[in-house]
Design a protein around this ligand. Structure first.
Ligand code: SAM
Length: 265
């Protein structure tokens, strides 16, 4: 696991300038409009299960663009933002300063969380495009369970596993079997990365084995057509892509949102 995560870390450090440039402005909306940071009804789930976030200890793992960390901090949470990439955290820290947000940024592997004491958080969150970088889901979930307070929640939304087998085109054509989870070795801009297309069973069974209890599962469609256009930070959007008659994969669940809880005793 370590070598693959280390390779992915190098990729993310190197790719940071590109992502920074692609998203020069969007993050500024998080204070006024926290909903921009969430899809798959994940913010509704946070409100339903956590209630008022004021003063609650929250951790975002694989925080990346940090939209969700900014949004949750603006809603009053005391936020820790974890990412494996120092470069991504540096950009997020600069942006948090501009937004006037006090967030604790910690560079570490989310599947280890070594610097984080146990039973610290009322809520742990992760967002889209995170699991694909994790080589050992069971380890990830048991580590998340360790840092949650008894009764605390892990709420995530991510690409639904049913999105993974298809070619990136409007008609459905299979690119690989659903069951071929990985590691998928890729070369991205001169860096080797290792990705994982976990199945629904992989995710759910690892979550339960990791000591968490399932409270809610949502399977939803993308509401933003940029989901289909590759560049989620792009300005142009083509609404026709939201209809399965024009874009067959839109008829499948695009987001998987899970609410899981650490038992109280
Ligand atoms: C595609 S982003 C997903 C986060 C966010 N939704 C976004 O769009 O920016 C993936 C992030 O996960 C981080 N990451 C990858 N592997 C990680 C690991 N093992 N531990 C913590 N963060 C990791 C990467 O550095 C990157 O910032």
């Amino acid at each position: 696991m370590r070598e693959m995560h280390e390779a992915n870390r190098k990729h993310w450090d190197a790719a940071t300038p590109k992502w920074r440039e692609l998203d020069e402005e969007g993050w500024r909306q998080c204070p006024e409009q926290p909903s921009v940071a969430f899809e798959g009804k994940a913010l509704d789930m946070i409100h339903e299960f956590i209630g008022n976030l004021h003063g609650k200890t929250v951790c975002v793992v694989g925080s990346g663009d940090n939209y969700s960390a900014f949004a949750l901090a603006c809603l009053g949470a005391v936020v820790t933002s974890i990412d494996i990439s120092e470069q991504r955290l540096k950009v997020a820290e600069e942006r948090a300063d501009i937004l006037g947000l006090d967030i604790d940024f910690v560079r570490c592997d989310a599947a280890e969380l070594t610097p984080i004491p146990g039973a610290k958080f009322a809520l742990v969150c992760s967002t889209n495009g995170f699991f694909v970088w994790i080589a050992d889901l069971m380890r990830l979930y048991s580590v998340i369970s360790r840092v949650l307070k008894p009764g605390g929640y892990y709420i995530f939304w991510d690409i639904h596993p049913f999105m993974r087998p298809w070619k990136n085109q409007r008609t459905i054509e299979m690119e690989k079997p659903y069951f071929q989870a990985g590691p998928i070795r890729c070369e991205e801009e001169g860096h080797i990365t290792y990705k994982f297309h976990w199945t629904l069973g992989d995710i759910m069974n690892s979550l339960l084995e990791g000591g968490l209890v399932l409270r809610r599962i949502l399977e939803t469609s993308a509401q933003d057509p940029r989901f289909w256009q590759g560049e989620s930070y792009g300005k142009d959007s083509d609404d026709s892509l939201l209809h399965w008659q024009n874009n067959a994969r839109a008829g499948l669940p695009n987001w998987l949102t899970i609410v899981a809880q650490k038992p109280s005793t």
